[in-house]
Design a protein around this ligand. Structure first.
Ligand SMILES: NC(=O)c1ccc[n+]([C@@H]2O[C@H](COP(=O)([O-])OP(=O)(O)OC[C@H]3O[C@@H](n4cnc5c(N)ncnc54)[C@H](O)[C@@H]3O)[C@@H](O)[C@H]2O)c1
Length: 347
């Protein structure tokens, strides 16, 4: 099959490179409304075909699927058109600017039996897959908290705040690792320069004794990419800036011993060994493009499917609402999964 890649700015060329190397892909057709972007992509990858017309791309029978790598405000309209034209769709994160849009895309993909996937790149990294393995095997115990920091200087987006730009990465990691549905979100943020928040702090609440926190910032002097995951058995630090040993697992924690009277609860700290598990270094994006093509060929549900995309958008949307209302807790209304595989509807 041939794959269409729409949007060849900063991220699009990475998508093209990986699709060209993906088994089962016979060619890539690139589409951008700016001809200079198309000239650039043919210089980088002379084998690609190019067009400035999205409609022309969608009319081609040999193009079975489309990857949408344009700014978030355009994702919904472009994806809707592609699904209606019978194409499988891969959308960049965040999936859409509103959850109702994501919902509609899910429904349409389900009705037309098409794959709808989101590029939640980080869930395809060796580091996050290793963390998933540790949690699934029960090594971590019950997860108590998920705490992430993603800060650096720039790149300011023109159409969204820092939460829509940076937080999708960490929220998608949380959604993949933690098998519980969040119940509410609270967030605060501040704008300094272009009318959108450049610093934000989000808290995601669950029904049990679990809390998640996300700190995102475009005006930090240093780049930090860190996730702390605390469990009842082990604790994990994932530092993406570390060249090796990105994941460190600590046998540390707290043991509580109840004494005979309620007034005496003994808290003891456990400080055991640390180990750094082996991490598979395969490029995350190549694993992601590979899964997209395999899903099209086999009908198998991808990890970062439309539903995962919707989960992230719902949290971002609630965080945005909370920021606009002084940090109040915004409930995430329960929603039902109608079909175990691909579609969901608001209850
Ligand atoms: N997964 C990741 O790690 C990652 C990293 C960076 C960006 N992204 C995502 O990729 C997307 C694009 O980001 P970017 O930084 O590359 O943006 P960008 O502004 O650099 O490039 C976007 C390109 O899309 C083109 N475009 C816009 N609307 C179009 C339309 N209707 N038809 C055809 N072309 C159109 C523009 O001309 C431009 O060349 C965003 O959703 C962003 O969140 C993901």
């Amino acid at each position: 099959m041939k794959i269409g890649v729409v949007g060849l700015g900063y991220w699009g060329p990475n998508m093209v490179r990986n699709f060209l190397a993906t088994r089962g892909v016979e060619g890539v057709v690139c589409c951008d409304m700016l001809t200079r972007r198309l000239e650039n992509i043919t210089r980088l990858f002379p084998s690609v075909e190019v067009t400035t017309s999205y409609d022309e791309l969608l009319q081609r029978d040999d193009v079975k699927a489309v990857a949408i790598v344009t700014p978030v405000s355009t994702h919904y309209a472009l994806a809707l058109k592609a699904l209606k034209a019978g194409k499988h769709v891969l959308i960049e994160k965040p999936m859409t600017a509103r959850s109702v849009e994501a919902q509609e895309l899910l429904q349409l993909a389900y009705e037309r039996n098409l794959i709808l996937m989101v590029d939640h790149t980080f869930v395809y990294t060796g580091a996050v897959r290793k963390m998933k393995e540790l949690i699934s095997r029960g090594d971590i115990g019950d997860v108590l908290y998920f705490d992430s920091v993603r800060v650096n200087l720039g790149l300011f987006q023109h159409d969204a705040s820092v939460i829509w730009d940076l937080a999708p990465h960490d929220i998608s990691i949380m959604d993949y690792l933690i098998d519980q549905k969040p119940i509410s979100v609270s967030a605060v943020g501040i704008r300094h320069f272009n009318g959108f928040e450049d610093i934000a702090y989000l808290a995601v609440h669950f029904a049990g004794h679990l809390i998640a926190h996300f700190h995102v910032n475009w005006i930090s002097p240093v780049k930090v990419r860190k996730i702390l995951l605390g469990g009842t058995k082990l604790m994990v630090v994932y530092d993406d800036m570390e060249p090796s040993e990105k994941v460190r697992v600590y046998d540390r924690g707290v043991d509580v011993k109840e004494e005979e009277t309620v007034y005496k609860t003994l808290v003891q700290y456990r400080t055991g060994d640390m180990f750094a598990p082996h991490i598979d270094g395969t490029e995350a994006l190549s694993r992601m493009t590979g899964e997209f093509v395999t899903s099209i060929q086999t009908g198998k549900r991808p990890i970062a499917d439309g539903e995962a995309g919707l989960n992230v958008v719902r949290i971002l949307e609630a965080a945005e609402l909370s920021m606009r209302s002084g940090g109040r807790r915004v409930e995430l209304t329960p929603w039902q999964v109608y079909d175990g595989a691909r579609t969901s509807k608001l209850a």
